[in-house]
Write a protein that binds this ligand. Structure first.
Ligand SMILES: [Zn+2]
Length: 226
């Protein structure tokens, strides 16, 4: 029993969203069910750019948008230490991870931040999600295989062709640490056109990975036009 479980045993945990009794869960049943979950039959879509499929748990709207934003951009000085947002992000990561047929031999790789952005932000949200998904599947997370070698401007606000151009050559597999796995799951918080995942997948495939799939918490409603 972890310390959190122990505390939850004596003090019923409150729902991170509404403050009602969550009966030990991070979100109460009502707030959990209110999230814009994607239909499991429609949570997986083919992607362009050499990526197999990607699964997502939620549509990026309503409360899902709020929680993802709060997780990615905690208040000044918090550097990733917003416990409610991290708790919800872990819950969402497990939900996304359960929709992905990860096998023990697969490796889980978070989309890396450029070192400059990492220093600025203090943590990589995708790495935290990747660790949660790896725990769920008893798989291994690799945070040092893939590096972001170009400090590209944010994708937000760009149209689909600009998003693709923006991330061309942005990733590289770090020499002498080449992936040995034949199947890799790339993890990111949000996907829109799949351009970032696709560019990272290309780098992994050039390094010999046979199959690259994606797991994201949420996708924008117009994601992945095929
Ligand atoms: Zn609630």
């Amino acid at each position: 029993m972890s310390l959190n479980d122990l505390i939850g045993f004596f003090v019923p945990r409150r729902c991170a969203n509404c403050g009602d009794s969550g009966l030990g869960a991070i979100l109460c049943r009502r707030c959990h069910d209110k999230l814009p979950w994607l239909d499991p039959n429609q949570c997986s879509q083919p992607l362009p750019l050499g990526l197999g499929r990607t699964v997502a748990a939620l549509a990026l709207r309503d409360d899902a948008r709020t929680w993802v934003h709060r997780f990615k951009y905690p208040g000044r000085g918090l550097v990733g230490l917003d416990p409610a947002a991290i708790g919800v992000a872990r819950l969402l990561a497990r939900a996304a991870g359960r929709r992905a047929p990860v096998r023990a031999a697969d490796r889980i790789v978070p989309i890396p931040l450029h070192p400059r952005r990492f220093r600025q932000r203090g943590f990589n949200p995708a790495a935290l999600l990747a660790r949660e998904i790896a725990r769920l599947h008893d798989s291994r997370v690799e945070t040092n295989w893939l590096a972001r070698v170009l400090d590209t401007p944010p994708q937000a606000g760009l149209d689909a062709p600009s998003r693709r151009r923006n991330v061309v050559g942005a990733f590289a597999v770090v020499a002498r640490r080449e992936p040995a796995a034949s199947r890799v799951w790339l993890v990111d918080d949000v996907t829109t056109t799949g351009a970032t995942l696709g560019s990272a997948a290309e780098a992994l495939r050039r390094a010999g990975v046979r199959e690259v799939m994606g797991i994201c918490l949420a996708r924008t409603p117009d994601a992945h036009p095929v």
